[in-house]
Write a protein that binds this ligand. Structure first.
Ligand SMILES: [Zn+2]
Length: 95
């Protein structure tokens, strides 16, 4: 697997109504986020707004599939490694 830590890049910030919003990870903050903390793909909440076609590697594994392309989103976690990438199930092959 490629090393996705390279996804740590600068946010693409716009300031709106006194808040910062990143066009790449689609997160907004009340204060300026740490530099180089952008994963470059949209952040979702696993329970609230995860698109139905995006799955974690573990979920894909259970379905007997593996992704063929780059992640298309991620979900934040409280513990290290602090995020899990999500992959489009239509871009997978049988393991
Ligand atoms: Zn960002």
């Amino acid at each position: 697997m490629p090393n996705w830590t390279r996804y740590h890049q600068e946010h693409d910030l716009i300031k709106e109504n006194g808040r910062y919003y990143c066009k790449k990870c689609q997160v907004d903050w009340a204060s300026k986020p740490r530099p180089k903390s952008c994963l470059g793909v949209p952040r979702y909440n696993i329970r609230k707004n995860r698109p139905s076609h995006l799955f974690t590697l573990r979920e894909l594994e259970k379905k007997g599939k593996k992704p063929t392309g780059a992640p298309e989103g991620y979900v934040h976690m409280l513990n290290a490694p602090y995020w899990i990438f999500l992959y489009d199930i239509s871009k997978t092959i049988p393991r």
